[in-house]
Write a protein of this length. Structure first.
Length: 274
């Protein structure tokens, strides 16, 4: 095999089984497709009452037995354990976990609080999924990786784990009170980066690498004024396309990143360099 071929092979995931939580969310199909294209078999997890998006449905139809959809709630450990048992029976032992499940709030009238009025319950609910849920999924699926001495966990963070949302991006929206990006979202993603480092330190000696991947703004139906203002802040001059994200995920999950542990890989076009 040529040196080029050997390098390419290090990005392959053939024979690996991956779990993606929150697979029916906006970015879930992106992660699922990237893993499948790299050769992995994938268990896609989400709540039973969440509609399957067309992108994920197409993947289910195209990939047959290599992709399974299981119902699980990251807040309820028993459902994760049941999904793990089905996954191990139908696909094999899990060696990759993508902690993607999360709660966010897009701009719109549903968010009507001023900062001093944000309910504690709303704050708690976001952390319950974005942080505690990721921890529980890591516990349930990471234990087998530790026992086998082999595995990779990728926690999906956010640009807002590093920088605060810029309220000026939303000033053009005719809302009263003005739209407020939920403070719990950035707080939860910052906490997830801390959890990433903690797990990397404790499980690294057992052959399990734990890293985070933090996308910046991803193009997907935002209003033109928001996109124009956001892209003006990005050195590359554009929002991310979904296709920009798959490669970084596969890298972190693959042998190509065999000595990468405990980092946050920001995929933000340089937004945070200013």
């Amino acid at each position: 095999m040529s040196a080029e071929g050997a390098a390419t092979e290090r990005f392959r995931l053939d024979g690996r089984v991956a779990v993606v939580t929150g697979a029916c969310g906006r970015l879930g199909p992106v992660w699922v497709e990237a893993l499948l294209d790299a050769g992995a078999r994938v268990a896609a997890l989400d709540l039973p009452d969440v509609p399957v998006p067309p992108a994920l449905q197409r993947l289910l139809e195209r990939h047959g037995d290599a992709l399974r959809l299981y119902h699980a709630d990251v807040r309820v450990r028993e459902t994760l354990e049941a999904a793990r048992e089905r996954c191990e029976t139908e696909l094999g032992p899990v060696r990759i976990l993508v902690n993607n499940a999360g709660i966010d709030q897009p701009p719109g009238p549903a968010q009507t609080w001023t900062l001093d009025q944000v309910p504690a319950r709303q704050f708690h609910d976001v952390l319950a999924v974005n942080v505690t849920g990721a921890f529980q999924a890591a516990q349930v699926f990471g234990a087998g990786m530790v026992a086998a001495g082999d595995g990779a966990i990728v926690n999906i963070g956010s640009l807002y784990a590093t920088v605060s949302p810029d309220a000026r991006l939303y000033e053009h929206l005719d809302l009263d009170p003005p739209f407020l990006k939920p403070p719990a979202y950035g707080a939860s993603k910052s906490a997830l980066l801390g959890l990433t480092r903690y797990l990397a330190a404790h499980w690294g000696p057992h052959g399990v690498r734990v890293n985070s991947l933090s996308p910046g703004g991803v193009r997907g139906g935002q209003d033109p004024q928001f996109r124009e203002k956001f892209e003006a802040r990005v050195p590359l001059g554009r929002m991310a396309e979904p296709a920009d994200l798959g490669g970084p995920l596969v890298f972190l999950a693959s042998p190509a990143a065999s000595y990468v542990n405990g980092i946050d890989l920001r995929v933000d076009g340089g937004y945070a360099v200013w």
